[in-house]
Design a protein around this ligand. Sequence first.
Ligand code: HEC
Length: 188
Amino acid sequence: MRKTLLTLALAGMTLTAWADEAKLTDAARQTAMGMIKQLGGELQKQLASGGPESAISVCREKAPAIASELSRANGWRVTRVSLKARNPLLGTPDTWEQGALMILEKRLAQGEKPETLEFAQVVEEPAGKVFRYMKALPVQPLCTTCHGAGEAIPEGVKARLASDYPHDKATGYAPGMIRGGISIKRPL
Ligand code: HEC
């Protein structure tokens, strides 16, 4: 009897933890999707109205600005990272983020759709428990203007990228690949 109760209590705790994590994941997903939508819209608009060179500023200034706005508003840390960063200062993943992006790459190779890929985990850090979340950023056709293989990138953009990002690793991508991810870290 006592054993049954104990088992039930433990199952209850596991269920609660699971429900909490599902809620945290939902909130993180909403935030990441909002950012993807907003950025995609801005990029599309700027590419159409000002051309590819002028759209560089969307990925360079708007994206980090949206990320820090979301970070401030929520008390989370929202960033964009990649295994092949263009801007190593902002785009380099930490150890957890590298692992998460590698898991997403593996799941992509196993046939999962890039736009559904996400990975979440509660992690113990020296300063306490944190919730971590990564949502894949799939390469869409419009991304290849600045992240595609050689001939996909217009000469003017190539020249700007070469002078602004001497350590650029973020080219050679094709639609359907993962460009990187939106990473969210939230203290619990
Ligand atoms: C007009 C050019 C342009 C287009 C189009 C573009 N990007 Fe970028 N992207 C950049 C630049 C420039 C940076 C470097 C930003 C910085 O300085 O932090 C960047 C950085 C990034 C980063 C941050 C990590 C890193 O590599 O530094 C991600 C992730 C990213 N882009 C994803 C995308 C995705 C996904 C698309 C398509 C939806 C896209 N980009 C379309 C120019 C572009």
